[in-house]
Design a protein around this ligand. Structure first.
Ligand code: FA5
Length: 349
């Protein structure tokens, strides 16, 4: 019995020395480990047979079995490390890196064309000594209409179809709406500051209005200049200078009489259409001109409302459409392009 077990142990060691050196993969190694050292492995079976030996024989055979077990185990560890290294190297060699491939592209941020045009407008007026003011998008009826000399129930209120915000309070000073123009900022500024006033007020405005040149939300830049001896000549001078700076000296500018309740006299300014060169197209509605702003001399009733003496001071105001100016400047024929967030359009500016 003793001799038989020792022979089996020696045979296992011999076999291990031969077999282990022939393995090429970690899988073969692991299978062999189970075959010899696993629960039902060959060496495990030999160790189980120790119980049948006499107490004198047992330590001798047991010691030899353990020596062989340790030898096989340390061989397995060494071999596993060496095979892992080889497998890693083979994987690395098979993964070819093409250093000439282009790297990842990171998109560059850029300003929206409307922001670019608004900044350009602001800069022209900042250079003329104007300062920038802001007002709320959500306004009261008073600031949007009442203080600007729109009488209650006057048809002029319908000129700018209004989005009203439902309110239980029927007090015109607090009835809320989305401002239809930036002109309420004139009132807010004149309530707090007295002349000389040279201000502009950019911002979003809202109206029930939409087609290729009209949007329900668009942007205006309001302007207000109140001082002693301000005349219509100043209005024409400032706005002509503005148009030439933003569009170039070769574009035609025309002043047309118009009506706004908060100015007297009132005017509108048109620019010759860049898309058709004044011949007429769908953007200019066929007449070769596009209206960019409304303007006029501040009505004495408006000055009185904000406690500025109209006998002492006079002024002019204007309100221009930022989208309209951007369309004319860049030859864009549909206002909706500004709001569709299509990068193919936006990244051209
Ligand atoms: C006004 O809004 C007056 N508050 C302007 C003003 C200010 C007059 C101070 C006198 C003194 P109007 O409704 O015409 O005016 O609009 C001014 C400009 O906004 C227009 O010339 C046009 O360029 C632009 N605009 C008007 N409606 C739209 C719209 N729905 N979409 C895009 N732009 C518009």
């Amino acid at each position: 019995m003793k001799e038989e077990l020792l022979a089996k142990i020696e045979a296992l060691q011999k076999e291990a020395v031969q077999v282990l050196s022939s393995f090429q993969s970690i899988k073969e190694l692991q299978d062999y480990k189970i075959h010899v050292l696993g629960k039902k492995g060959l060496l495990t079976e030999v160790l189980k047979g120790l119980g049948g030996l006499s107490p004198e024989e047992r330590p001798l055979v047991g010691q030899r079995a353990n020596e062989v077990k340790q030898t096989i185990e340390s061989q397995l560890i060494l071999l596993q490390k060496s095979l892992e290294g080889k497998e890693k190297e083979a994987k690395f060699r098979s993964q070819k890196i093409d250093a000439t491939l282009p790297g990842l592209q990171f998109g560059k941020g850029f300003r929206h064309p409307l922001s670019l045009v608004q900044k350009e407008i602001e800069q022209i007026f900042l250079n003329l000594g104007f300062s920038i003011h802001e007002g709320p998008d959500c306004e009261s009826d008073y600031y949007n209409f009442g203080a600007l000399n729109f009488p209650p129930d006057h048809p002029a209120r319908e000129m700018q179809d209004t989005f009203y915000i439902k309110s239980e309070i029927r007090n015109p000073k607090s009835e809320l709406l989305l401002r239809t123009h930036t002109s309420p900022v004139q009132i807010r500024v004149m309530e707090k500051q007295k002349p000389p006033l040279y201000i502009i007020a950019p911002g979003a405005v809202y109206r029930h209005d939409h087609d290729v040149t009209h949007s329900p939300m668009f942007h205006q830049v309001e302007g207000l200049m109140v001082d002693t001896n301000i005349t219509f000549g100043d209005l024409k001078g400032v706005l002509t200078l503005f148009c030439r700076t933003i569009f170039g000296a070769d574009r035609k500018v025309r002043f047309r009489p118009s009506f706004f309740p908060f100015v007297e006299p009132g005017a509108e300014v048109d620019i010759s259409c860049a898309l058709c060169n004044g011949k007429g197209c769908r953007v200019c509605g066929g007449d070769g001109w596009l209206e960019i702003l409304g303007a006029g001399m501040v009505h004495p009733a408006v000055l009185e409302e904000v406690k500025i003496d109209p006998k002492k001071y006079s002024g002019f105001a204007f309100g221009m459409g930022v989208e309209r100016i951007a369309m004319l400047k860049y030859g864009i024929d549909d206002i909706r392009l500004f709001y569709e967030s299509d990068l193919r359009f936006l990244e051209q500016f």
